[in-house]
Ligand binder design. Structure first.
Ligand code: PRX
Length: 583
């Protein structure tokens, strides 16, 4: 019989930074967290300063800050080296005309350049816009075009996926290579750095509410939206790093996400470095062997990843776990999609550790619902609200639900990590605050009598595949650009490994035959233009798509439960948000 509650393993050598959750809920205030920052005394605010320079000033310059691993290649940078590098890059950006408030898009693989570019941008008060390394032309274009980006830094391979002709706003494209690897209109960053001399600190002091970074994220409608965070998010990110990641001075910390996703920025860069951890960066995408090898090589102690990755490791077999020395691991966390109890039990059996689920969103800027190392875990629950965070489960009218009843997961606003704006889209920003003072997440959940929150799905059509958020509209639009596709409806289909996969229902134009070759061609069309993770893994051809009677909108919800043996209901009535809540 599996245990329904997993108790924390606390011993003398393993005392978490927070030992009493209830006490913290009663007494903690965000003002208390602010005292930790140098600006609470100096009034001089900058995230990059708190992540790197401050540690050098405090005498930790010699401490390893970044351990990069790619196959057999490894390199370590100390905090002092990173200060030097980010000073140089920051000065170079400034010399090239980047000013406070300008967005710098960063389209780089998961390597040290990517991390240095992020912090250098922030250091001069500019706004870091990281892009996921697997994005193809269309995804890159949509994001840069939305905010008329002027600056981009990339590498020679990824530069090929930047559609310059469609992006007239883009003034400068810096390529992290020598001039021989640059195309027309690209600027060699190697040359620029060689000519850059740092005199004095390039740090620009900003306000707590100054824009810090922009993450484009998908919703159920329209193109991805730019979520802008502020420097004040560091308060929330530091505190969750301290209590939830439980970072201590001798920790070697690894978060597996690419900075193009919010987890890869907040919990792979900011939160651990605010807590002065040594971070590990493992180049490349998922590979079970290389991941275990990275833990062994770097001696990882705290590890933050996602359910799909854990499921893939589980599927790779227990024999593989035994081949590596993973004994340094002491704390494991997960985010991004529902963490199945089976995976938690696998963690206990194979790693000897509980996997701590956490819940948050791009818009929330940091973790809001967490499993703390000192607290019992209820497998299947995302945990309880972080101290200082007030959550409620609301019905369609904003009325609080009783324990056990499903409703909209809402959070009392504001909190320090909350987004500052949706890029030039006030209406979208306001749409999150339908009920006065409450941020509506779009997730459905219930809370039990002990305060534990259980995820129950989305109230909209957003797809979550391998923890990556995919907007059906984006994929549908791309499908419609293919010559054979007359109509398209895209939904998430439950999948044991990836949580959900992208499934497309299409109607073919007259004269096209439903053949495996054509469907494969359509799939590759989306993959090559948008990105691999957004390309439908399944495509099904229908004679027509179910639509609403009044507006003629595609009824994705019906497609989601569509079964090949049944006829879809065509022309159902328009559904309100309320129909999304399972009764
Ligand atoms: O539906 C929830 C799901 O991921 C959404 C947020 O996606 P994104 O903005 O890309 O941020 C992901 C990582 C911060 C949420 O609305 N989600 C996130 N964490 C969990 C989750 N679903 C279930 N369990 C979680 N722990």
């Amino acid at each position: 019989m599996r245990q329904t509650v997993l108790a924390p393993a606390l011993d003398a050598g393993n005392t978490p930074n927070l030992t009493d959750y209830e006490e913290a809920c009663r007494t903690f205030s965000w003002e208390q967290a602010e005292r930790q920052f140098s600006w609470s005394k100096t009034q001089r605010v900058n995230m990059a300063h708190e992540c790197i320079d401050r540690h050098v000033e405090d005498g930790y310059g010699h401490k390893p800050a970044l351990h990069y691993i790619e196959g057999a290649h490894q390199r370590v940078w100390t905090f002092a080296e990173l200060k030097q590098e980010t000073d140089r890059w920051a000065t170079a950006f400034r010399n090239e005309g980047v000013k406070r408030g300008d967005i710098v898009f960063i389209f780089l693989p998961k390597n040290a350049d990517c991390y240095i570019a992020m912090l250098a941008t922030v250091k001069i008060g500019a706004v870091a816009g990281p892009l996921f390394e697997a994005f193809m032309e269309e995804a890159v274009r949509d994001r840069i075009d939305d905010c008329k980006g002027r600056f981009l830094i990339t590498d020679p391979d990824l530069a090929a996926r930047v559609p310059r002709k469609d992006l007239p706003s883009l003034e400068k494209v810096f390529v992290t290579a020598g001039p021989e690897s640059c195309r027309d209109n690209e600027i060699s960053w190697t040359d620029i750095l060689a000519d850059t001399f740092v005199s004095g600190s390039p740090t620009e002091w900003v306000d707590l509410d100054a824009p810090l970074n922009i993450h484009y994220t998908s919703g159920s409608t329209g193109k991805p939206k730019g979520i802008v965070h502020a420097h004040r998010a560091m308060i929330h990110q530091y505190q969750t790093g301290h209590w939830v990641l439980d970072i201590k001075d001798d920790d070697i910390y690894w978060c597996t996400a690419h900075p193009g996703w919010v987890t890869g920025t907040v919990y792979a860069i900011f939160a651990p470095w605010l807590n002065r951890a040594t971070i590990v960066v493992n180049g490349g995408r998922f590979d079970a062997d290389s991941w275990y090898a990275a833990i062994e090589k770097a001696g990882v102690t705290v590890w933050y990843s996602a359910p799909t990755a854990f499921r893939m490791l589980k599927a790779a077999g227990d024999e593989l776990v035994g081949r590596y020395d993973l004994s340094t691991l002491r704390h494991v966390l997960s985010v991004g999609e529902p963490l199945n109890p089976e995976v938690i039990y696998w963690g206990v059996e194979q790693l000897g550790l509980r996997i701590h689920d956490t819940w948050w969103m791009t818009e929330t800027g940091a973790q809001l619902i967490v499993n703390l190392p000192s607290e019992p875990i209820k497998p299947g629950s995302m945990g309880r609200p972080f101290p200082g965070i007030d959550i409620r489960i609301l019905d369609d009218d904003g009325i609080e639900q009783a324990p056990g009843d499903i409703g909209h997961l809402a959070i009392r606003a504001p909190w320090p990590g909350l987004m500052r704006e949706v890029w030039q889209n006030e209406e979208k920003y306001r749409s999150y605050f339908q009920f006065d003072g409450w941020y509506l997440s779009g997730d459905l959940a219930y809370q039990d009598a002990d305060g534990y929150v259980f995820f129950q799905g989305r109230s909209d059509d957003m797809i979550n595949s391998s923890g990556e958020r995919i907007g059906p509209f984006e994929v549908e639009s791309k499908l419609l650009e293919h010559g054979a596709v007359a109509e398209a409806g895209v939904v998430g289909k439950p999948d044991p490994l990836r949580g959900e996969i992208v499934k497309a229902f299409i109607v073919l134009k007259p004269g096209y035959q439903n053949t495996p070759e054509l469907l494969q061609e359509i799939r590759l069309f989306v993959r090559s233009q948008l990105s691999a993770h957004a390309a439908p893994r399944e495509i099904e051809v229908l004679a027509e798509l179910p639509k609403t009677k009044i507006s003629g909108k595609i009824l994705r919800r019906q497609l989601k439960t569509w079964n090949a043996d049944e006829e879809p209901v065509i022309n159902a009535s328009d559904s309100a948000l309320s129909t999304a809540i399972p009764k």
